[in-house]
Ligand binder design. Structure first.
Ligand SMILES: Cc1cc2nc3c(=O)[nH]c(=O)nc-3n(C[C@H](O)[C@H](O)[C@H](O)COP(=O)(O)OP(=O)(O)OC[C@H]3O[C@@H](n4cnc5c(N)ncnc54)[C@H](O)[C@@H]3O)c2cc1C
Length: 466
């Protein structure tokens, strides 16, 4: 049999969906006419790697979570396993910029809560009243309901200091979100579940560690993450290479979707038309909302309600001798209370080998997010001087960088607000009433690359059911 499939969007989600379609079509002996339609002049979406002067610069994601198996499994199927790089665990430490200096996040801190007494008790990051308030978690009763904001949860269990000095900046570095808006159930269900089962977060996490010891010490963003020797771009490049010839169509922005009996008509802004029995919408949910506004206004409204924040990355290459700080960690996060523009800084060439030429280092600053939209509007000069001024303050770097790169990602990071899961369940039910249409991407059930691959492959499986 023969089936026509159009994938809209050539980011990791669209490419992984198209790749799974080709795998399944081979396995099941289905002939597929496949097109991946991408608005930009390259594939990859937010994944973009540049090689310049011996530096490997990531404009967007620099790694993916290996604990969630889908991206790792895909790399293995693509034959990329030998290129996978783990973080350099000698430097597995994350700092918090607090009152003008970098304090190590205590060993054993599991994203929100401490699990080891001594490093926590001796930490310079928290005051004694703050430490005592966190320790009260072991006595406090259960609380909350099905979902609450991460901010409310941390304040309730561990107190304001834990929220302001750890949870808020770590969450800003991962979700670029306001913790008082962020759904705990949609982003960190493990903590909700720990409270449900063990009452105390600290005791529950300690018990869990006894059964499955955590490989890392502090900060989920900085542990368990892997990348590729050639950069994340190698993943999307390889995926695109494995698709049938001329299936990727670049520089075509899909402008409308129409339903006809048994098929979908996909029309681009240039007037190119693609008819297909199956369509996978692998674009941001605000883009999917626009494309579906005449097909199903109620679904479009639900999709449009998922908010997005923007982000900027500023990558700076320095001579090692020009950086006075020992760079003995993977990077730092910055609490909002410090009033800085940088949300997080990564010591990219320490975290992964091969990111900078000999005698040099590569640093990357992450700015913007839900709490600071104004930076997206600034020009390159302003962004660069902002980043350099703050790095001077915290790392003592006064020299000019030998390389700088700025990448802007407007409306690129979905914000999982309280109630997100219920909204996604409603919109998924609604989407099921549109046969042949499949939604995939980071807007729904996980924002990272691993979740995007899972969602892409599930959409491909559903699309190939005949
Ligand atoms: C700065 C930054 C850093 C990040 N760091 C990490 C990280 O380290 N690890 C991690 O796991 N995740 C990270 N993420 C999240 C990760 O990038 C995303 O989860 C993932 O890349 C999203 O992939 P996607 O294909 O769903 O969407 P996108 O990458 O946004 O791709 C969507 C594609 O659709 C195209 N498109 C949109 N509308 C249309 C249309 N109408 N017609 C045709 N094409 C269209 C776009 O041009 C784009 O190429 C980061 C995100 C950002 C912005």
């Amino acid at each position: 049999m023969r089936l026509s499939v159009v994938v809209v969007g050539g980011g990791i989600t669209g490419l992984a969906a198209a790749h799974r379609v080709t795998e399944l079509s081979r396995e099941r002996g289905i002939e597929v006419d496949l097109k991946v339609i991408e608005a930009r002049d390259r594939v990859g979406g937010t994944i973009a790697t540049e090689h310049a002067d011996g530096f490997v610069i990531e404009a967007g994601p620099d790694s993916f979570l290996s604990e969630k198996p889908w991206a790792l499994a895909l790399c293995r199927r693509l034959g990329l396993e030998s290129q996978l790089l783990r973080t350099d665990d000698r430097f597995r430490k994350v700092f918090v910029w607090y009152r003008g200096r970098l304090h190590p996040l205590p060993d054993g801190f599991q994203l929100l809560a401490p699990t080891r007494l001594l490093p926590f008790a001796t930490s310079s990051l928290f005051s004694w009243p703050g430490k005592l308030r966190m320790a009260m978690d072991v006595l406090l009763p259960r609380g909350g309901g099905d979902d609450e904001s991460l901010g409310a949860f941390v304040r309730r269990r561990l107190g304001r200091e834990a929220l302001e000095r750890v949870a808020q900046p770590l969450v800003a570095g991962i979700y670029t979100a306001d913790p008082d808006e962020l759904s705990l159930a949609a982003t960190m269900p493990r903590f909700l579940e720990t409270e449900r089962r063990h009452r105390s977060l600290i005791l529950g996490l300690r018990r869990a560690l006894r059964t499955t010891p955590a490989p890392g010490t502090s900060g989920a963003r900085f542990s368990l993450f892997v990348t590729l020797a050639d950069g994340m771009g190698a993943l999307v490049r390889t995926l695109a290479e494995r698709l049938p010839d001329s299936s990727v169509v670049l520089r075509q922005r899909v402008a409308s979707l129409e339903r006809a009996p048994g098929r979908w008509r996909v029309t681009t802004a240039d007037g190119a038309r693609f008819d297909a029995e199956r369509v996978v919408l692998a674009v941001e949910s605000h883009g999917a909302a626009r494309l579906l506004r005449y097909v199903d206004p109620a679904l479009a409204t639900l999709l449009g309600e998922i908010e997005y924040a923007g982000a900027v990355t500023v990558s700076l290459g320095y001579r090692r001798g020009d950086v006075p700080h020992p760079l003995d960690g993977f990077g730092f996060v910055v609490p909002r209370t410090e009033g800085k523009s940088i949300l997080a800084g990564t010591f990219s060439s320490v975290k992964y080998p091969g990111r900078a030429p000999d005698g040099h280092v590569l640093l990357r600053c992450f700015l913007g997010g839900a709490l600071d939209a104004r930076v997206l509007g600034e020009d390159d000069g302003q962004l660069l001087s902002r980043a350099r001024a703050e790095l001077r303050e915290v790392l003592g770097i006064t020299a000019a960088p030998v390389l700088d790169r700025i990448a802007r990602w407007p409306a690129s990071m979905p914000q999982y607000r309280v109630g997100h899961i219920a909204r996604v369940e409603t919109l998924e039910r609604r989407a099921l009433t549109l046969p042949g249409l499949h939604l995939a991407g980071g807007a729904y059930r996980g924002v990272g690359i691993a979740d995007c691959v899972r969602s892409a492959e599930a959409a491909a499986e559903a699309a190939l059911i005949t």
